[in-house]
Design a protein around this ligand. Structure first.
Ligand code: GTP
Ligand code: MG
Length: 369
């Protein structure tokens, strides 16, 4: 079985090493802080301190505590919408058109940056966050890694083309994720467009839109001619209302990497979607197997922010390296702690690569509150 030092275990439990030594003494084990204890003893200690054991599995290399927020701390947050669909069916065009409905964009006057996620502020001041995922692989990959950030999927289907392989894939992924879907039947400006045929074809894939007696919402749009955009936005808002999306903004931030890159001038940059809490300049964090301190937060309009709350996508500068899409970001109390967690995760990843045996991973564990 795996072994761990008392100090290491204390760190993971966010407890004082001395307290663990004391508890071990009471359990009849007089040991020092640097002593190695076996897994069973460690588990016993963890339970003794009122923490839960969480074994680290392949998809879950996480040892920062993540307790649920109390109901009274929750506040409404913007929905996170992912646009999916077959190649050339107009995903990017639709995103661009929806961006055009942003009332803040014009005022900002900044140069529009392409970041993989952006937020639109509507006339009624409500907001919608859109994820510009490059493809289904990214969506599936993120889900496989436990990063379920999407609240609603908008499936784009070109009315002049029909259901294509990637449309069907997108339907399946969305169903597997249990995420509500809105079908945007695009390119209705084209004379060969046949929206009704799309609705019929969707039935074959068990997607029953309202007009066909089902519950899935659909809307005819033209990204090119800007037709149906308001209706699409309304349907997204309606769906979001049903979901009653809420998060606690008043806590250390947790987020998810949407994309990350090494920028020539700025170093490692990650686009983070804040899931809960508020991320601030100066915050110390761990993100995947990297750590850092927020040097700057930049939104999709190229504006520097002091802070970003739930459902807000931001570029984060000040990382030690480039994390992976889907990696969780968590604000922690100290840089030492951030580096330690990052190093631990890097170690697990390394071990996974070298041994490639899930069993050895399972035998590692972390303590969560
Ligand atoms: P990929 O990113 O390659 O998967 O494509 P996409 O789904 O993002 O499609 P994109 O927005 O790039 O649009 C593909 C082509 O369809 C472009 O030439 C667009 O101008 C055209 N297009 C998109 N929306 C419409 C529309 O509503 N009407 C018409 N007529 N053309 C459209
Ligand atoms: Mg595109």
């Amino acid at each position: 079985p795996e072994a761990i030092t008392v100090q290491e275990l204390a760190n993971r439990m966010a407890e004082k090493g001395a307290d663990l030594v004391k508890a071990l003494f009471k359990m009849g084990m007089p040991v020092t802080i640097n002593a190695t204890i076996d897994q069973d003893t460690a588990e016993l200690l963890v339970t003794e301190f009122g923490h839960n054991i969480q074994r680290v599995s392949d998809a879950d290399i996480d040892l920062v505590e993540t307790e649920a927020d109390a109901d009274e701390t929750l506040q409404p947050r913007a929905p996170v919408v992912t646009i999916m669909g077959h190649v050339d069916h107009g995903k990017t065009s639709l995103l661009d058109a929806l961006r055009g409905t942003d009332v803040v964009r014009g005022e900002a006057g900044g140069i529009t940056q392409h970041i993989g996620a952006y937020q639109v502020t509507l006339k009624d001041k409500s907001k919608i966050t859109f994820l510009d995922t490059p493809g289904h692989e990214a969506f599936t990959e993120m889900r496989a890694r436990g990063a379920d950030v999407t609240d609603i999927v908008v499936l784009v289907v070109a009315a002049d083309d029909g259901l294509m392989p990637q449309t069907i894939e997108a339907i399946n992924h969305t169903k597997a994720a249990g995420v509500p879907m809105i079908v945007a039947i695009n390119k209705v400006d084209k004379h060969e467009a046949n929206p009704q045929r799309i609705r019929e074809r969707l039935l074959e894939h068990n997607v029953q839109v309202e007009e066909m007696g089902g519950e899935t919402q659909d809307v005819e749009v033209s990204a090119l001619k800007k037709i149906g955009l308001d209706t699409l936005v309304e349907k997204i808002q309606l769906q979001a209302e049903l979901l009653e999306l809420r998060a606690n903004p008043d806590r250390e931030a947790e987020g998810t990497v949407i994309e990350a890159k090494l920028d020539k001038g700025r170093g490692p940059v990650a686009t983070i979607l804040v899931n809960r809490g508020t991320l601030r300049v100066g915050d110390v964090f761990v993100v995947g197997a990297e750590s850092g301190k927020v040097r700057a937060l930049v939104n999709d309009k190229g504006m520097q922010l002091k802070e970003a709350g739930p459902s807000v996508p931001v570029e984060v500068l000040g990382l030690s390296g480039v994390p992976m899409a889907g990696d969780p970001l968590q604000v922690v109390e100290s840089e030492a702690r951030a580096r330690e967690v990052a190093a631990y995760r890097a170690g697990v990843i390394q071990q996974k690569r070298t041994t490639n045996t899930p069993a050895s991973l399972e035998s590692m564990f972390s303590a969560l509150k």
